[in-house]
Design a protein. Structure first.
Length: 566
């Protein structure tokens, strides 16, 4: 890239740093980023922001992005998580090419560097247990105390560290700590732990190691090995940056630049893999890919598209201040994307039987229906119309309130793409519930227009009963009842805020026949009802659909009100 003629793109402070570095040739004109997840769970929507940022900026400047797994905690990591992470990065539309790495690739080099620090008097083996380490660490207002093992001779430290690696000591018996400054105002610099003993099977190295590096030690050195230029991470690591720098400088190795940005937080949502795991293990959800989960696997199953996620991440930008965004903003971008691409179809979720008394028995007509008014190239389809139809139960009221313009006794409405019909009477069961309504139609209004110019105030959708496809439709609401799910009474956990109505499975839905062969992950707009996608549970005998998003765009209304108030 020519730094005097940079590509044009949306500005943010990280991009500006990169532009300055290219102008000064700080990294030899290179931009090389990385996305470094720990494989201890499935990726969530918060990770999407980091993925889009790292891959997007590198691509803009003609650079590279690595995928690197921070696999330094074998007790929590699984191959399942590794594979799901790879799948989701690809689903979002990004490719690390041949640059997939693991911190475990560098275990020997990291160990050798630790030995170098011991030899230089900058690291020591400590016998304090975890509780004692915490006590000696001090507080934000009080300095820490030096470990009684801080001044062990170098040779003794080297011997003990080698024996730790050989498996001679039990878990937690000893740690290796950096010797920095126990009085530092930054707690991360108070002799942080570099290695801990952990006799656990690693998903890649097996039992070759029982000594594992901490994230703070492995992270910067892994960046250095891979010649990363800009190590982009979230704001909670800002206080860790001095330690990142200290390790690189103490070892005298290539030094990347760490830059922090704000995390993505959404209302009615949490971004904790530990808590997601609790939800899965305690069967509050059906799995990591439950459509109520904010995991990328979950929102993909719900019907969100990668294009919508990328647009959302691009729109929210990056900053140096954490905040919380309205979930409606994410839905807005999903809706905007699907509105352009989703085929329109008719479906009835809670069917009410309609008999058109004056329609010929056995006759079937095919009405021309528009597939997508936003895309003329999508064309039209033929929808069967017959004597017996289904409409939504809510589209009929025996005693309609004011401003209700849908079907009621004696009222005429338009059937979408069909005819004008007038309700004549309703049939009730023993409990007084309406089970069927009888109508008449005007044959002159085929296609939904009256030649005499008369108007009706409502158009409703329908499905031909004899042609209808039976389906299950899953309606999703927020998984939590509070904007901040972690806002709980003392002594309780976040599960008290779970929404008991987050999933409603509607089993008696009726769909137009064009949906009979719909494949998993296809998406549609059910006219007047919302956006829906085909769930992987679907079968030819029983199609299953998930509601992706309602039609009502609450964010667009919020935005419009905000602009009007200026």
């Amino acid at each position: 890239m020519n730094p005097s003629n940079p590509p044009s793109g949306p500005s943010n402070f990280i991009r500006d740093i990169m532009l300055d570095d290219l102008k000064t040739n700080k990294f030899g004109g290179r931009v090389h980023t990385r996305f470094p997840p720990e494989p201890n769970g499935y990726l969530h929507i918060g990770h999407a922001k980091s993925i889009c940022l790292n891959f997007g900026l590198a691509a803009e400047f003609g650079g590279k992005t690595n995928l690197r797994f921070d696999d330094t905690n074998p007790e929590k990591e699984e191959v399942e998580y590794v594979e799901s992470i790879k799948e989701m990065v690809h689903w979002l539309g990004f490719d690390w090419e041949d640059r997939c790495f693991y911190a475990s690739d560098y275990f020997q080099q990291l160990y050798d560097w630790a030995v170098q620090l011991i030899r230089g008097g900058q690291a020591y083996v400590c016998d304090l247990n975890a509780e004692a380490v915490r006590q000696y660490r001090g507080t934000l207002t009080e300095p820490g105390k030096e470990s009684p093992f801080r001044n062990r001779p170098v040779e003794e430290n080297l011997d003990l560290f080698e024996r730790m690696k050989a498996g001679e000591f039990p878990d937690g018996a000893r740690t290796l700590r950096a010797k920095i400054d126990m009085a530092s105002p930054n707690l991360n610099m108070r002799d942080p732990i570099m290695y801990r003993i952990l006799h656990a099977e690693h998903h890649r190295t097996g039992d070759a190691w029982c000594l594992y590096p901490t994230y703070d030690y492995a992270h910067g050195q892994s960046d250095s090995i891979e010649r990363i230029t800009h190590s982009i991470c979230t704001l909670e690591f800002e206080d860790h940056r001095p330690l990142y720098d200290w390790f690189c400088d103490a070892l005298g190795i290539y030094h990347p630049q760490q830059i922090e940005f704000d995390r993505l937080n959404l209302t009615y949502t949490m971004m904790s893999k530990r808590k997601f795991l609790q939800l899965v293990r305690d069967h509050h959800v059906r799995g990591w890919d439950d459509p109520r989960m904010p995991t990328l696997a979950g929102i993909r199953r719900r019907g969100y598209t990668p294009e919508a996620i990328r647009n959302f991440c691009g729109a929210i930008g990056v900053s140096k201040t954490n905040g919380t965004l309205e979930f409606a903003l994410l839905e807005h971008h999903v809706r905007e994307d699907l509105n352009k691409r989703a085929a329109r179809v008719m479906a009835v979720l809670r069917p009410l039987r309609v008999v058109i008394d004056n329609y010929p028995e056995g006759q079937v007509e095919y009405m021309e229906a528009v597939n997508n008014p936003e895309d003329a190239s999508a064309g039209t389809r033929q929808v069967p119309f017959s004597k017996v139809l289904y409409i939504e139960q809510e589209d009929f009221r025996e005693d309609p309130p004011k401003q209700y313009f849908r079907l009621a006794p004696g009222r005429e409405v338009r059937l979408r793409y069909g005819y004008f019909v007038t309700c004549r009477n309703a049939v009730k069961d023993a409990a007084g519930r309406v089970t069927e309504i009888h109508c008449t139609y005007d044959p002159a209004t085929r296609g939904g227009n009256a030649p005499d110019g008369r108007k009706v105030k409502s158009t409703i959708h329908w499905v031909s009963a004899v042609h209808a496809v039976d389906a299950e439709v899953r309606l999703y609401d927020s998984l939590f009842t509070k904007e901040d799910p972690n806002d709980v009474p003392e002594g309780q956990d976040f599960t008290v805020n779970l929404n008991p109505h987050s999933l409603e499975a509607v089993t008696g839905a009726k769909l137009e026949p064009s949906l009979a062969g719909a494949e998993p992950m296809q998406f549609f707009q059910f006219e007047r009802l919302g956006y829906f996608s085909v769930d992987p549970d679907t079968t030819p005998e029983k199609p299953v659909f998930n509601r992706t998003a309602p039609l009502r765009d609450t964010w667009a209304k919020i935005e419009k009100r905000g602009k009007a108030g200026k």
